[in-house]
Design a protein around this ligand. Structure first.
Ligand SMILES: [Zn+2]
Length: 420
């Protein structure tokens, strides 16, 4: 029984996307990091075990950011007057080049993982840069901080400045090295990461797909973010019926678990392709607004059975906080709902995307119930809110106006992380 531990507080999570599940003054019992019981009174068999009592605080699942660019972290909040393709050329690539220097990479990436953790993101899928050495630094920073991660060296071998692309073979060699080195890590693992179709040759896409399938590795990339980008893909790959097929034709679309960021302008055929159980669309509302891409019809995707997670997409998105991404997802859906009332996302749906769907990419995470990993945040909000509002209101308040000062504790796999 030594490995059994108990925490107590007001438990709030989404078992289904349609509503919050609330257990007032509940207990979460975990063993070796896995939840074995959640109850409103502690069964006798657990008496005698120390209870960490969080009193009147909320206990909620941690957040999972399914799409962001660690290599752009310093860029957050700059270049926001540009559209996607100019933004990459004028700002992003130069910064990513500098992250090939390991000393600089450690400085930037340590701040990035600290901030993820600080704001309650307990799992993140990250694009590093095309530098193998730089990407290695990001793996190490994830290991040091103790949150979950999928880290990708960005594969690009054409259509970007020379200082940031590599020959296809060399790019693949770097990825292979990182896969071998980190594939058995418990918390941070490699993910195959072609930046997006336009910056890969046919040869590179084919080899990346083969590597993903041969090693059972997940894949992350971008899909149908912006109209100019879609047109470019059509010109570059005329032999494919649509953007998604460029990936699908190279075993990079659901042959292994796959994250596709954005999907703002999917065709009917592409929506059907996304119903493959291994494909997760990642909605990144801040980014879609900032680089003037558009608003993805997320509610429609959910109604049609697609899996849709949530991403900060820093630095297209300007903030790394996932509570803000949840709010922005609701807000952008309300803009669509002006003309189409059915398009509106509820807060519980957006929360579900950031916790349960996001956590599902990592394993059994995102719910506070039996057989899930204990990945959780303790929210200690203002006493004035506590006395006046319901537990659901208090969660809503945290999501809308809270920040790291409200997060009193973070658990990953049952382990209490040191305070940020
Ligand atoms: Zn992105």
């Amino acid at each position: 029984m030594n490995s059994v531990s108990v925490i107590k507080g007001h438990i709030v999570f989404t078992d289904s996307a349609s509503e919050f599940t609330i257990i007032e003054n509940g207990y979460i019992v975990s063993e070796n990091g896995s939840i074995i019981d959640v109850c409103d009174s502690l069964p006798e068999k657990y008496h005698g075990i120390d209870v960490t009592d969080y009193g009147d605080s909320l206990i909620i699942p941690g957040f999972y950011d399914l799409h962001n660019h660690a290599g752009q972290y310093l860029q957050c909040g700059t270049g926001m007057n540009k559209e996607l393709l100019d933004w990459l050329q004028d700002y992003t690539y130069k910064l990513e080049k500098d992250l090939a220097d390991p000393e600089y990479a450690h400085r930037v990436y340590s701040r990035y993982v600290e901030d993820l953790c600080k704001y309650g993101t307990l799992g993140a899928c990250a694009f590093a840069t095309s530098s193998t050495v730089g990407t290695e630094c990001l793996f190490e920073e994830f290991k040091k901080i103790g949150i979950r991660g999928f880290v990708g060296k960005v594969n690009m071998d054409c259509n970007a400045p020379d200082f940031i692309i590599e020959e296809a073979q060399k790019s693949l060699e770097g990825t292979r090295y990182l896969v071998e080195k980190y594939k058995d890590e418990p918390l941070v693992r490699p993910i195959i990461t072609p930046r997006f179709a336009p910056t890969s040759t046919r040869e590179a896409l084919k080899m990346l797909g083969e590597m993903a399938v041969a090693n059972g590795l997940p894949v992350q990339s971008h899909l149908s973010e912006n109209r100019a980008e879609i047109e470019w893909v059509r010109e570059l790959f005329p032999e494919y019926a649509n953007y998604a097929s460029v990936y699908a034709g190279n075993q990079l679309f659901g042959d292994t678990p796959t994250l596709m960021a954005h999907g703002v302008y999917l065709t009917e055929e592409e929506v059907e392709m996304c119903r493959n159980g291994n494909v997760y669309l990642v909605h990144c509302p801040d980014s879609n607004i900032n680089v003037r891409s558009g608003i993805a019809p997320v509610k429609e995707f959910l109604n049609r059975g697609l899996k849709v997670g949530l991403g900060s997409d820093i630095a297209g998105g300007h903030k790394i906080q996932m509570n803000e991404a949840i709010v922005r997802a609701v807000q952008s859906s309300k803009i669509l709902a002006v003309d189409k009332p059915d398009a509106q996302l509820s807060l519980s749906e957006a929360f579900y995307m950031a916790t349960v769907t996001g956590g599902g990419f990592f394993g059994r995470m995102g719910k506070l119930k039996r057989d899930y990993q204990l990945d959780a945040l303790v929210i200690d909000d203002d006493p004035l809110y506590k006395e006046r509002y319901s537990l659901e209101d208090r969660l809503e308040k945290f999501l809308y106006i809270g920040d790291d000062r409200w997060i009193a504790a973070r658990y990953v796999g049952g382990k209490l992380l040191k305070p940020g």
